[in-house]
Ligand binder design. Sequence first.
Ligand code: NAD
Ligand code: GLY
Length: 389
Amino acid sequence: MAAVAEQIVHVTLGERSYDIVLYPGLLASVGDRLRALTTSLKIGVVTDRHVARRYLQGVLRSLRKAGYDPTPIILPPGEGTKTLGTIAKVLDRLARQRFERQSLLLALGGGVIGDITGFAAAIYQRGIPFVQVPTTLVAQVDSSVGGKTGVDHRLGKNMIGAFYQPRAVWIDPLTLRTLPRREWTAGLAEVIKYGIIADEEFFAFLEKEIPALLKLEESPVMRAIKRSCEIKAQVVAGDERESDRRRILNYGHTIGHALESLAGYRGLIHGEAVGIGLVQEADLAYHMGLCGPEVVERIRSIVQRAGLSGQAPQISFASLWGAMQHDKKVLGGRVIGVWPVKIGEVVIRPIERQVCAAWFQSTHGRGSRLPRGRQPGKHPARRKAVARR
Ligand code: NAD
Ligand code: GLY
């Protein structure tokens, strides 16, 4: 990737507005870019060991060259780090280094680092500025934008946290070149999600360009990241605190989060769980009579072509429903789901236990494996659901 113009997506949130800047090679200019955001020279660079090995020295060099005094805070990689214990350690480090209100944190890494850093920034001295420098596809198209920060609880993912917007999001797509294949395909699940919830044309582009995206070709990668950020920015600008429409960003995450939580945040990484959720929640929407079979089929097909299975590990309905109950998407005891009615359009609706149980039973019988999605016309519960519509 070279000689590509800088792309900017604005997130309009009044005094909390900020720019998402997308530029290959951006990491080298982090120090210069910071000048517009803080007068303090104290910068905490929060990262994990994998990212530190590749990118930390370059970022520290850029910061020192611009006159800053950076403190690296290097955490263990992985979802297991997203705990209150880690937050305590980060806060302890900031306090011992005498970080002040104007001191700034840089989140250099994937969604785990972004969520942790944002939450630490939100609560240290009642809030200090932070900048997201995302290095995974999931983080570049989703987690770095929109101000959801926090950590996991034993009983549910992202249960503890705060809405706290970054001052900027700086995306260097060159960092994606070192991303393990598995993390790359997991990120594609979030990209596909945007097509399903908001933009059929973008979905069709993804269907066509999946082979090029899997080869990390510059132009489709830039377009996929930019369009994803545009959709996310627009949704967040309309409903920052998820009182209504922002829920559409949770499409695929109701079942996805439940599976992640059941797997103990091991074995199934976030985007893989979302990939399964995209297929299974479309199948559930079909069962409820909300969309046609071709919607499920297109989603199943693109998820598989992206290298994601769409198929869940062995679980029982009781454990799936139980895990869904511990999600933040539960309101007054009801699970609020997001359901596709066609590609590019979703509706937000609660789902009752009986409906979900009937879907589960009809698709797995006595077996406990969630399905891959099925061929058009083969859904056993479909006729009844259409009749109810
Ligand atoms: P991650 O942060 O765990 O990163 C995945 C792995 O890739 C890690 O091992 C990391 O060290 C490594 N890595 C990161 N960048 C790399 C690079 N450029 N080259 C090589 N290795 C690299 O996982 P993720 O998928 O980025 O994020 C998942 C997390 O994000 C979950 O905790 C999820 O809940 C959260 N999330 C939050 C939001 C939000 O709105 N806040 C949205 C989506 C996901
Ligand atoms: N990732 C869902 C959201 O930001 O709302």
